[in-house]
Write a new protein. Structure first.
Length: 350
């Protein structure tokens, strides 16, 4: 059951149960008529609508990002306001159904009792609503941690697997006699990548600059292997460095472009990385590589080309919900473009 269906199920169940209990208690004390039953049902429906409106306010003004003290204060004000609205609604409903008894219904003690009951009901609603939200948020966190562990293992096995290290070390070995300084630099880059891979465990997002530095280390190592067959172009706007992105995301896209694009071409090709800030404070990342997609990679399966991309899409969904986007497509007959949009915001679980 998705969130929307669960929400409406609980709303109808809760306020429907409230109406039934109210009718049952009223029938035990003094008996009820069909008109009074309908009055109770309309009151329950009014409560449902009012709490749904409150949910709209909470989501629109993003109360979940408030501090605990601010959240408690605004919730208290909302409960008091809704409780007074509830008292007025009770009077209007009784008036509309002809069940209003001014001599009884306007007694101060009865009004205060009804007000207290409304406060307790709305406080319970608030408690249940935020509890469900935080439990769902906690469940998403668990899913994320499970996925990040899987990604880390997959990365260590495929992105920095023995085959890759073997190629990198062979490239370094060839430099030891020819250019010892460059060989030392290459070894340092391998060390940086290994350290970064091991340290990214459980991190949801990292500074864009950190990720870019790792990508540059990787591309420098690959340049040793491919020599003149690999060209690298960077177009990075300064604003990009103020963003955080999921670790290994850009690395995975770039390696995908080399593994399935550049390396399959006799004359090699280029990797072009563009990063810019959009009009709505979104970060747009574009990786353009030589090659062609012979088929659209599956983002929901573990096929060789889609595996890293699938992990990327799932992480974007877990962290940013529907606010991030991902697409990969051919550009003309020579290039493949991978585009990612990331919002500039705190992630849900931080």
């Amino acid at each position: 059951m998705n969130r929307i269906r669960l929400y409406w199920f609980l709303q109808i169940l809760g306020w429907g149960g409230f109406a039934l209990v109210s009718i049952f208690l009223a029938d035990l004390s003094r008996g009820v008529t069909y008109v009074q039953i309908w009055a109770f049902i309309v009151l329950a429906a009014t409560n449902l609508i009012s709490t749904h409106f409150l949910r709209y306010i909470v989501k629109t003004y993003n109360w979940f990002k408030l501090s605990i003290s601010q959240l408690l204060f605004q919730s208290f004000l909302a409960i008091i306001a809704l409780s007074f609205v509830n008292i007025v609604a009770q009077i209007l409903i009784n008036l509309a159904f002809g069940t209003l008894n001014p001599s009884e219904d306007f007694k101060i003690l009865l009004i205060l009792a009804n007000l207290l009951q409304a406060i307790l009901l709305y406080a319970l609603w608030f408690l249940m609503y935020f509890l469900v939200h935080f439990l769902d948020n906690y469940n998403s966190t668990l899913k994320y941690e499970a996925k990040i562990n899987e990604i880390r293992l997959n990365h260590l096995k495929s992105q920095l697997n023995p085959h890759f290290i073997f190629n990198a070390l062979n490239s370094v070995r060839a430099l030891v006699d020819e250019d010892p300084i460059k060989a030392k630099t290459a070894i340092t880059r391998i060390s940086n990548m290994l350290r970064f891979s091991l340290m990214m465990d459980k991190k949801q997002t990292i500074e864009f600059g950190e990720e870019l530095n790792t990508v540059k280390d990787y591309l420098e190592l690959e340049s040793i292997r491919f020599e003149e067959r690999l060209g690298v172009i960077y177009h990075i706007e300064d604003e990009s460095y103020s963003y955080k992105i999921p670790p290994m995301m850009l690395q995975t896209i770039v390696e995908n472009g080399i593994k399935h694009g550049v390396s399959n071409l006799v004359k090699g090709g280029t990797i072009e990385i563009k990063c810019r800030e959009g009009l709505n404070d979104d970060l747009y990342i574009q990786v353009k590589n030589s090659g062609q997609l012979t088929h659209q990679p599956s983002l929901n399966s573990d096929d060789e080309q889609g595996h890293g991309l699938s992990n990327t899409v799932q992480r974007l969904k877990l962290i940013y919900g529907g606010k991030a986007s991902f697409r990969i497509f051919n550009s003309g007959n020579q290039f493949v473009i991978t585009e990612i949009k990331i919002p500039k915001q705190k992630v849900t679980f931080e």
